[in-house]
Write a protein that binds this ligand. Structure first.
Ligand code: PBG
Length: 325
């Protein structure tokens, strides 16, 4: 036999040397759920091990993660019903605890990167990412609201805004608003190919942000479509996005790969709440080994073409990484 591929697998050293894909804690973004006030950490039943945290507890979490090599965090606010209205006005109010928290976290952790979510759903009585008028999610009237939200987040000190709303034209609209307000250094990580997925369930439990009526299929993408993702990517690129995201990750590895091959922009993938919950549930039942299955899953997302992964596993991965290396 002339060819013996097993020679390149004969020892841990050669296997490590010939590894094609490398995943580091610095490639991960850790999502955190922020609550107003001084409430104790509250568990999210469908997201085992993930908690809604107040500002003090989030600070402690960030401190721990920085030591583990995770430096980027995406923050999601849990908004009380009393702050919600049809137009999501609280999202850019100077009293918004989320904006105040960003300001205080940036002061305390100048070396950490903070990313926001730009969409109306946590702030909206309708629970939709866009403005609802006569039962319809209207595109163009949503854009100024998203822009106000993004500018308010930039004023608070956010490093990266993450429009997750899937309205048409929002990247250009937000970019222009940021630039006019002298925030040309604030990056946009666009949720470029965000699918109308069943895997966001636990996240909506965490924020109580499920749509009050209907679904998100007129703006989020059809899970059957791949080439449409390319079209969204081309638009976001033209409109000034800095990083393109695919969401969810695991059921959409082909989409991650397709976008990676067709852009020079970095690709991010959101390993969403339902994907986290599935693995956690299997591990809790003893059906899968967490320390083996979890890194394998993350690696597959990286191998498919994601440069960056947003994942609830970030802290566990970094802890394991430190233990092994
Ligand atoms: C809000 C938003 C959602 C997620 C991130 N930002 C939910 C949705 O679109 O309904 C989901 C994240 C996850 O499931 O982990 N626009």
């Amino acid at each position: 036999m002339l060819e013996r591929p097993r020679r390149n697998r004969k020892s841990p050293v050669i296997r490590k040397m010939l590894e094609e894909t490398v995943l580091l804690p610095s490639h991960l973004i850790y999502p955190l759920f922020l609550v107003e006030g001084k409430a104790k950490p509250s568990a999210i039943k469908s997201l085992p091990g993930v908690f809604r945290l107040n500002l003090d507890d989030i600070s402690k979490e960030i401190e721990t993660c920085l030591k583990l090599g995770i430096s980027t965090f995406v923050l999601f606010p849990v908004i009380a019903d009393e702050h919600k209205d049809k137009k999501a006005t609280y999202s850019y109010s100077s009293k918004n605890f989320y904006l105040l928290a960003i300001k205080s976290l940036k002061k305390r952790f100048p070396n950490a990167m903070l990313m926001s979510d730009v969409a109306m759903d946590p702030y909206s009585t309708d629970g939709h990412d866009g403005l609802v008028v006569n039962g319809e999610i209207v595109n163009d009237q949503t854009l100024p609201i998203l822009a106000k939200m993004a500018v308010a987040q930039a004023e608070a000190g956010i490093d990266i805004v993450g429009p997750s709303d899937m309205m048409d034209g929002r990247i250009a609209y937000i970019r222009e608003a940021l630039d006019i307000n002298k925030f040309s250094d604030v990056s946009i990580m666009s949720y470029t190919a965000k699918y109308a997925s069943a895997f966001y369930g636990p996240f909506r439990d965490a924020l109580d942000s499920a749509p009050k009526s209907g679904d998100k299929k007129t703006y989020q993408m059809n899970p059957a479509n791949k080439y449409e993702a390319l079209r969204e990517a081309q638009l976001d690129e033209q409109e000034g996005a800095d990083i393109l995201m695919v969401k969810p990750a695991l059921c959409y590895l082909d989409v991650i790969h397709l976008l990676k091959e067709n852009t020079t922009l970095p690709i991010a993938a959101y390993n969403v709440s339902g994907e986290f919950a599935m693995l956690k549930a299997a591990c809790a039942n003893g059906w899968l080994n967490y320390e083996q299955a979890m890194p394998e899953q993350l690696l597959s997302i990286k191998r498919a073409g994601a440069d960056i992964i947003l994942t609830y596993f970030a802290k566990d991965f970094a802890t394991l990484y430190k233990k092994i290396n």
